[in-house]
Design a protein around this ligand. Structure first.
Ligand SMILES: [Zn+2]
Ligand SMILES: [Zn+2]
Length: 458
């Protein structure tokens, strides 16, 4: 399928209010035809340019952009730095080019055209005006004969290195349209970002109520968040893969996440009315992030295809030049979706406490009862008792000297203990049962002098 058609087809997945902002691939295709026409008119057809871009001795041809914030002014710059090596026929081509285009000559040190003219006049007692390039307004004597111009230029070139800039009008229009489209996209994105953040802000009180330990849904929310993290919709979770996902992967992973939610019937398990609203908004916000990624992807592809087409038809290298100009445009990189995704995650993780943050580093289960050593590291009391019994004195994490040896009942972190009891009642209960069982085994071993395994106790 042709790319224009693919775009038309895919735009259906994008919210209708964003659609007018899609980079207009078809319009740009027409602009490219105009550029080609202009280049042909000034004698710079694709094949001629191709030849000229091959670095030749004595001159360098370059396609460059002069740009301010609003406009890009592309031009072909010809540096004549060693005129001894430029052949007469080559010089004649350059002269013709200068004549046909809106070219201007300038010295390297930026001195004005009239200065060049006077330099020339000193030597030749005449100044030159060809169709397009003018050395001096005051000397109006026209040199229409091409041969004469060549001779004149040769004389001049022997004195000074110089630069010829050929401005490309249609090419400028092409980039102006593209630039304007990108700035409109950025404005749209700015608006989307503000709305997204407003919605997150409104979600805050709902979520606090929905996930409260005094309400019924705290554990369901924890499951939802766990599945969400595992789904790795927008980013990888593991150390070796934290890269942003492509749009396609994000879409796939999001669909899989929704499937998992349904499989575990988690939405149905939510009982609190705030939970139901918060859940729907959570899904909507994620769906919008996926759509944003999709739209961004379509624009990136459209832009890269247009620039490639431009380069292929004209032999001018816009792809690399223009991408350098726009690499900081937030809409064309992942900056905004990354920011919004992080804001979304932050909103949820700051409200829903996760067990991963309350694990004892020795037994990898909830650190109940929590003992905070003087180095600030926290372990469960059982693990520290066992460690001390085995003769361990220092902190197992940071090796703080005698941190275990000098720990006593004051080291029990009571506020953390209350928090664990409130937010992780099931885990705390399980840990207490496990501890009691372990203690019973130990007592039995002391009593009988024999080792018991867990099975024997069951
Ligand atoms: Zn432990
Ligand atoms: Zn420590």
């Amino acid at each position: 399928m042709k790319f224009g058609k693919v775009l038309q087809h895919e735009i259906e997945d994008i919210p209708s209010e964003w659609r007018p902002f899609l980079i207009q691939y078809k319009t740009h295709k027409k602009c490219i035809l105009k550029i080609v026409q202009e280049l042909n008119e000034i004698g710079m057809s694709h094949d001629i340019l191709k030849e000229m871009f091959k670095a030749a001795e004595g001159y360098k041809l370059e396609y460059t952009f002069a740009s301010d914030k609003a406009h890009v002014r592309p031009c072909i710059k010809l540096d004549l730095d060693d005129c001894e090596h430029i052949s007469k026929s080559q010089l004649s081509t350059f002269t013709q080019l200068a004549g046909k285009s809106h070219a201007s000559f300038s010295k390297y040190d930026n001195c004005s055209v009239s200065t060049l003219s006077s330099t020339l006049s000193d030597d030749s007692e005449t100044s030159a005006t060809s169709n397009g390039f003018l050395f001096d307004d005051h000397h109006s004597e026209q040199v229409t004969d091409n041969e004469e111009v060549v001779v004149l230029m040769e004389k001049f070139l022997k004195k000074l290195p110089m630069t010829l800039c050929i401005e490309l009008e249609s090419d400028g229009e092409f980039f102006d349209i593209l630039f304007e489209e990108i700035s409109q996209l950025n404005r749209l994105q700015q608006k989307n970002q503000e709305q997204f953040c407003d919605r997150l802000e409104k979600l805050r009180p709902l979520l606090i109520d929905a996930t409260s330990p005094y309400k019924a849904d705290m554990y369901v929310w924890r499951e939802i968040l766990q599945l969400y993290t595992q789904a790795e919709i927008f980013f990888g979770n593991i150390e070796t893969d934290r890269k942003a996902r492509s749009y396609e992967v994000s879409q796939e992973q999001f669909d899989r996440f929704v499937e998992e939610l349904n499989k575990h019937r988690l939405q149905k398990k939510l009982r609190n009315p705030s939970s139901k609203i918060a859940f729907e908004e959570f899904i909507k916000l994620n769906r919008e992030l996926v759509a944003m990624k999709h739209f961004q992807f379509m624009n990136q592809v459209a832009m890269s295809k247009i620039l490639k087409k431009h380069d292929k038809k004209t032999c001018l290298s816009a792809s690399s030049n223009f991408q350098k100009l726009t690499e900081n445009a937030p809409y064309l990189n992942d900056e905004i979706t990354t920011f919004l995704h992080n804001a979304l995650i932050e909103r949820f993780t700051s409200t829903i406490l996760l067990i991963e943050d309350y694990l004892c580093p020795i037994c990898i289960s909830i650190h109940w009862k929590p003992v905070r050593l003087r180095c600030r590291h926290v372990f469960c009391i059982r693990c520290l008792v066992k460690a001390e019994r085995e003769g361990m004195k220092d902190c197992p994490i940071c090796r703080a000297k005698n941190a275990i040896k000098y720990a006593d009942s004051d080291n029990i972190d009571t506020s953390l203990m209350n928090l664990l009891k409130l937010y992780f009642p099931r885990e705390v209960k399980q840990k207490q049962t496990d501890n009691e069982r372990e203690k019973a085994i130990e007592d039995m071993e002391i009593l009988t002098g024999r080792r018991y395994d867990q099975c024997a106790m069951m």
